[in-house]
Design a protein around this ligand. Structure first.
Ligand code: LLP
Length: 426
């Protein structure tokens, strides 16, 4: 691990140089804002890897995908919808390396049709997928996603390895899958392992040796290995980044050993989601009520878990800052519980895993001040919903000093789109 960060402040006036009061005056609240400068820096951090394949599930707005494509990043897609998003953002499924790879444990009907139509490369996470792909596209080449039998994540819900996880092909099933691939005339050219999201270097590094073992079972058809995603980012002071140089060296060593054994070049891919976008994103909300309930002081916002689900789902911690409407930056701090507008008691942003309400030290604030949930770019907007009849927030991209609205706020029409009231039978 590299040095711990200590950079989160409880007051903030701007995002990427744009005054928060101005952003709010133009676009309202709640709203997501992404700082393109941060995304660029995160892409640059990973330049040692041959291929950076963005796990677009983290933040799939087509403007973000477009900008990542221009930075030389390719994408992963986990559904037909994500494949179509990648196409809209200009990715070429046939470029080298594959501009789009479909990675999943199942094909739904639309996905297998799209894979066939576009000739997409597939990362198969189940033996059934190999068979289905072999029947739909005889002669295809595939990547196998192997569950090495262990995993780790920031929460049990983001651990994607081990027997409790539904992901990947079980490591003891590799030989059977290779025979299955032969039977369907499918060539195994890629090998992929992803053990979890938001894990640590110690766990991430265990993957190298597991992957090397499976690589030897597959043999000389192998041309690409993928270290998966999972790179953590600091969500609070005291947490640190993974030492990327050390991480790359571990993988590079494994890759070189495989190159020596197989006698040909092996491409090394990384598949980050969170790392590329988490820190670029901010969710701005307005404080709409301040009330004391027994010992607890609540700031209630116009954003809820329909906008940012990570706290209620995982007890995830997001740094919080306040932008006072009148530009004040008070130095004193008070204990606050931060909640949203939803008609559900779990709608609390300051909670720990298990739903326990926690207090946060924040500056005194009043109705009309703004509260910013930080490090919200990954698994933020993409996991938002219309629960309680709420419109999904707009997304803004700040790039080179300009603000672009890359998704409009939803309206009532979006809410009832596709619904209809059948006539009552007489
Ligand atoms: N590759 C595969 C096959 C994955 O399943 C995932 C994440 C990634 C890459 C990217 O992982 P990352 O680099 O972002 O950690 N909603 C949760 C995270 C779920 C991750 C699911 N898979 C959260 O908010 O923390």
């Amino acid at each position: 691990m590299s040095a711990a960060t200590n950079r989160f402040s409880t007051t903030r006036q701007d995002i990427a140089g744009q005054p928060i009061v101005d952003l709010v005056a133009q676009y309202g609240t709640p709203c997501y804002v992404y700082d393109m400068g941060v995304i660029r820096r995160r892409v640059a951090d990973l330049k040692a890897f041959d291929v950076v394949r963005y796990a677009q599930k983290a933040c799939s707005n087509i403007a973000i995908l477009d900008r990542l494509r221009r930075l030389g990043v390719v994408v992963d897609a986990v559904s037909a919808g994500e494949v179509r998003r990648a196409l809209s953002a200009g990715f070429d499924p046939h470029s080298k390396p594959h501009g789009i790879v479909y990675t999943a444990d199942v094909f739904d009907r639309e996905a297998i049709d799209l894979v066939k139509e576009l000739g997409l490369h597939v990362n198969c996470g189940s033996p059934d997928m190999i068979e289905q792909l072999g029947s739909a596209v005889p002669g295809a080449s595939v990547t196998l996603r192997i569950n090495p039998g262990f995993g780790h994540g920031h929460s049990q819900k983001t651990n994607t390895g081990g027997p409790q996880s539904k992901h990947g092909i079980w490591h003891e099933d590799v030989d059977r899958c290779l025979r299955l691939a032969d039977l369907h005339n499918v060539a195994v050219t890629g090998l992929h392992m992803h053990i979890g999201s938001g894990t640590d270097l110690e766990h991430l590094s265990q993957v190298c040796s597991a992957l090397e073992r499976v690589a030897h079972q597959i043999g000389r058809t192998l041309t690409t290995i993928s270290a998966g995603g999972g790179l953590p980012v600091p969500y609070r002071d005291g947490q640190s980044y993974v030492d990327l140089d050390q991480y790359f060296r571990l993988w590079d060593t494994s890759r070189k050993r495989l190159e020596a054994d197989f006698g040909h070049a092996i491409t090394l891919e990384l598949e980050p989601g969170r790392y590329l976008v988490a820190e670029s994103g901010f969710l701005i909300a307005e404080i709409r009520a301040v009330k004391k309930m027994g010992e607890n002081l609540f700031y209630l916002l116009d954003a809820g878990f329909n906008d940012l689900a990570r706290p209620i789902l995982y007890g995830a911690y997001h740094p919080i800052s306040i932008a006072h409407r009148n530009g004040r930056t008070p130095t004193e701090l008070v204990d606050v519980v931060v909640g949203g507008p939803l008609c559900e008691s779990g709608d609390i942003f300051t909670q720990e895993e298990g739903g326990f309400v926690a207090k946060r030290k924040l500056p005194p604030a009043s109705v009309g001040d703004f509260l910013i949930m930080e490090v919200a770019g990954a698994y933020g907007f993409v996991m938002s919903s219309n629960y309680n009849g709420r419109y999904r927030a707009p997304e803004l991209l700040v790039e080179d000093g300009k603000v672009h609205c890359i998704r409009k706020r939803e309206t009532y029409d979006c809410l009832i789109q596709g619904e209809s009231i059948p006539p009552v039978s007489a």
